[in-house]
Design a protein around this ligand. Structure first.
Ligand code: PMP
Length: 457
């Protein structure tokens, strides 16, 4: 989304149980804050709708001027347990009051409990957990482990990393090299020739959904299986909420076994219940060798993890795979409380059940605006609307931006469009949302799309 003009737009007043918009957007009093950010931060940080978040609780976001949004962003798929969950807040406060807020890689009991809890929720044989801070770092670590493993079992040639077109894995160097969005890596002058991408079989942008397509794409790039160390994929492609066919993923798993290739699932978005299963890869009936997770792991604080097979996770000797904030005690306390909330409040099952309302409703809306919504993808409580130029599949990012802004003006918080050509309106309510709030959000979204389409003619 281009930087927004900071000109307040009078919007109709909204007062419902879940939304309350009483001022123009952006709020005139918020403009000095927005300007201070623009002045002191890089331009890249100014892409979101012009709302200054003050507090957030459960499924609501508040500013300081009396506005309340129903949040369908989950702060970019982080707050699975809702914003500022009382049990998570309490755990954070207790850890701070206990008096340990940093301990580098020195052992701590809270870190021991955190990695034990994460190992418990991961499937066999993924039983070792390495804590990091961001999602991107987990992908960097996965690349390193795949290549180290590949060379150990197959020599210097077995270093290939295969990933997918349109994939997003983060913004650090390795994560961008394995990403599948060329525009994001145009700054990298010497792309690694042993990091290659193949089409993602989403049935929309990647039309060939057969596993043959994978084999042919490898062959076309002159890459033989014995040179591949790892295949890395998002469980669903985050930008577009697109899943691969189950058979494809099962064949990929079998192919990786056959050729001693590690399969890495990037669950940074999909993990911790978002799709109606604890792990997104459960939809495919497979288990990867490494899982990358972040975002929903703590419902708020910056912590991430690689979870994997012990023989791969143990490749590096003491002290050589670490990070300064590995297992920060306050973040570990948040993870432990978050996992407990996910379990106690049945959030995985909740996402599955609510998904049975959410997904069909979005597909109904798509049928209503068939010309402008090229496709709806998603499962559980994540979805995306692919906005297109009428009657084509050509992405229409401006339409997506206008729909997002209109939703925000109506009190439904969404983040800026993402995905293919930036034309995807992504929807991701916290998993604690009620059916009533979900239905209100759906009605608001539908109204916003209707108005924007009417206005553009
Ligand atoms: N992988 C996926 C699937 C993501 O969606 C993201 C972030 N949007 C990342 C990796 C990178 O995570 P982070 O921004 O925490 O580095």
């Amino acid at each position: 989304m281009e930087a927004q003009q900071l000109v307040p737009r009078q919007v109709p007043r909204v007062e419902t149980r879940h939304r309350r918009i009483v001022t123009p957007i952006p709020v005139p009093e918020s403009i000095p804050i927005l300007e201070k950010l623009r002045q002191n931060e890089p331009r890249s940080m100014s892409g979101q709708p012009p709302v200054v978040w003050d507090r957030a609780e459960g499924v609501y976001v508040y500013d300081r001027w009396g506005n309340q949004w129903l949040d369908w962003s989950s702060g970019v798929l982080v707050t699975n347990a809702g914003h500022n969950h009382p049990k998570i807040r309490q755990a954070i406060l207790e850890q701070v009051q206990h008096g340990l807020v940093h301990n580098y890689c020195f052992p701590s009991e809270i870190r021991a409990r955190c990695v034990e809890a994460l190992a418990r929720v991961a499937p066999e044989p993924l039983k070792k957990v390495f804590l990091l801070t961001t999602g991107s770092e987990t992908l960097e670590c996965a690349i390193k482990l795949c290549r180290t493993w590949g060379q150990k079992i197959g020599g210097k040639r077995k270093i290939g990393i295969v990933s997918f077109h349109n994939a997003f894995h983060g913004r650090t160097l390795g994560a961008q090299m394995i990403g599948g969005i060329p525009a994001l890596k145009s700054w990298i002058v010497n792309l690694d020739p042993d990091m290659i991408q193949v089409p993602f079989p989403d049935g929309f942008r990647g039309v060939d959904t057969s596993f043959d397509g994978f084999l042919k794409a490898l062959e076309a790039q002159g890459y033989s299986p014995d040179r591949v160390a790892g295949v890395i994929t998002e469980t669903y492609q985050g930008g577009n909420a697109s899943f691969a066919p189950t058979e494809y993923m099962q064949q990929l798993r079998a192919w990786c076994n056959q050729h001693q290739v590690l399969l890495v699932m990037d669950e940074v978005q999909a993990g911790f219940g978002r799709t109606g299963k604890y792990w997104g890869f459960e939809h495919y009936g497979i288990v990867p060798d490494l899982i990358c997770c972040g975002k929903g792991i703590s419902s708020g604080l910056p912590i991430s993890a690689v979870i994997g097979r012990p023989e791969v996770m143990d490749l590096y000797p003491p002290g050589s795979m670490t990070s300064t904030h590995t297992g920060n005690p306050v973040c570990c306390a948040a993870v432990l409380a978050n996992l407990q909330v996910i379990e106690e409040e049945n959030l995985v099952e909740r996402a599955r059940c609510l998904g049975e309302i959410f997904q069909p409703e979005l597909r109904r809306i798509r049928l209503r605006f068939f010309d402008h919504i090229g496709m709806v993808h998603g499962r559980g409580l994540v979805a995306s609307l692919h906005m297109v130029r009428p009657g084509t599949i050509e992405p229409w990012p401006q339409l997506a931006s206008r729909v997002v802004l209109r939703c925000v003006e109506k009190g439904l918080m969404l983040f800026a469009p993402v995905g293919y050509a930036g034309a995807s309106v992504k929807l991701a309510p916290p998993l604690v949302i009620t059916e009533d709030a979900l239905r209100e959000g759906i009605a608001t979204l539908e109204e916003a799309i209707e108005e924007v389409i009417r206005e553009i003619g």
